[in-house]
Design a protein around this ligand. Sequence first.
Ligand code: 5AD
Ligand code: SF4
Length: 416
Amino acid sequence: MNAYDGIRIASMLRGMGFAETPDVSDADIIILNTCAVREKASNKVFSELGRIRDIKKPDALFGIVGCVARESGADAFRRIPSLNFVLGPQSYHKLPEIIENPDAKLLNVDLSGLEKFDELPDMTDGPAAAYIPIQEGCDHCCTYCIVPYTRGRELSRPFDDVMRDVNAAAANGAIEICFLGQNVNGYKFSLANLIRETAKIESVRRIRFTSSYPTEMTDDLISLFGTEPKLLPFLNLPIQSGSPDVLTRMNRPYSLELYIDIVNKLKAVRPDIQISSDFIVGFPGETDSEFRDTMDIIRLVGYINSYSFKYSPRPHTAAALMKEQIPENIKKARLKTLDAALSEINREFNESCVGKTFECLIEGQDKTGKHLIARSPYMQQVVIPKPESDSGPMISVLITDANKCSLRGKIVRNPI
Ligand code: 5AD
Ligand code: SF4
C-alpha cells in the first residue's frame, strides 16, 4: 500500500510539472514516504530526515507522508523544525496546498477515509503492472499491528470507482492488475466479482490481489482460482504463526484446521497454486514449542516467496503492553532458523521450475542492459538475455536455471 501511495504521489507531482531527480541536494521538493509497521523502519525515518535537512537546497519544500507522519503528527515539526509538511497516509492529496503556499506549515494526519481517491488527479502514466487499491484501513485489530491506528477503520471503495481505475490502468497499458488492501478479500462489494469484471478486459492478462485474511477466503473466491485462468496461481495468505495459542494472543481467531482446509480447497481447484505467507517470530510469550509449530506449518504448506519478521512492539497496540516480551537474541535466532527453512523451500520450488515454460511480465532490465528482468506467475524474478528486437510486455520463457532467489531462462516465443 505504501508503494502504491509513492506511485500516486510521484504521478501527481509529474502532472504538476515536476520531474524526478536521483540527487536529493538538487530537488525542489523532497517527500519521505514512511511505514510504521515495524519499529526499525519507523526509527530510521527521523535520522533520514536529519540527513536530508543537512544536504537539501535551503528553499526546497521538505516533508514527510505516510504512517510515521500520522503517528508523530505535530511532534515531527518539533523534532525537525525545517519540515514544511506532515501528511498522513490518507491526506497526501493535500500536497498541492503546500506547493501553492510554500511559506505555510501543513499538518494533516486525519483519517479522511476514501477522500483521497476522489481528490487525486487521474494517473496518466501507466506501468505494465498496476496496483489498484480497493480498500483503506483494517478492522481486524491484530494485537501487534499499528495499521488500524495509522490507517483507521476499514472502508471499501465503491465497485464502480474501482472498475473505473482498472479500465483507466488498462487504457494506460496495464497488463497485470493487482488489487490492494490490508484485508483485500474482505472487500465489501465482492472481490470475486471485481476479478470477473476485470478478466473481461482483453488486454489485461494477469490478475492478483494482496493481502488476504484467512477467514475472508469465501468459497466463491476460492473456486475462481479454478475457473479464471487470468487469476495467477499464487496467493499471499498470511498465517503469521503456526501455534494456535500465539494466534489467540495475536487476536487472529482462526484454527489451523480452517487455514489448512482453505489451502487444500485451493489446491483442489488449482493444483499448480503456490501460497506465500507473512510470519512474525518472537511474539510476546512465544515458547520454543510454539515456535516449532511455525516451523512445522511451513513444511506442511510449503510456502514460497514469504515475508518473515521479528516481532516489534508498536505504540497503540495491545501486544506492546504484554508481559513476557521475548529477548532480542532469541527473536534473532528464531528468525534465522525460519529464514533458512523458507529459503530452502524456495530453492526447492525454484529448482522444480527448471524445464517449465512460464508466461512472464517484463519489469525492466538489469544494470548491464544485457538482461531483461521479468516476473513469473509466482512472482519469482526471472533473468533473461535481452533479445535484439523489442519483445513486448509479456514473454514466454523456458526456465533453464534456478537458485533460491531467482530464475534464469530464455524466450521461447512471444505471446503478444
Ligand atoms: N512486528 C513485526 N511484524 C509486524 N507486522 C505487522 N506488525 C508487526 C509488528 N508489530 C508484519 C505482519 C504483517 C506484515 C505486513 O507486517 O506479518 O502481515
Ligand atoms: Fe494489521 Fe493485517 Fe491484522 Fe489488519 S489483518 S490488523 S493490517 S496484521
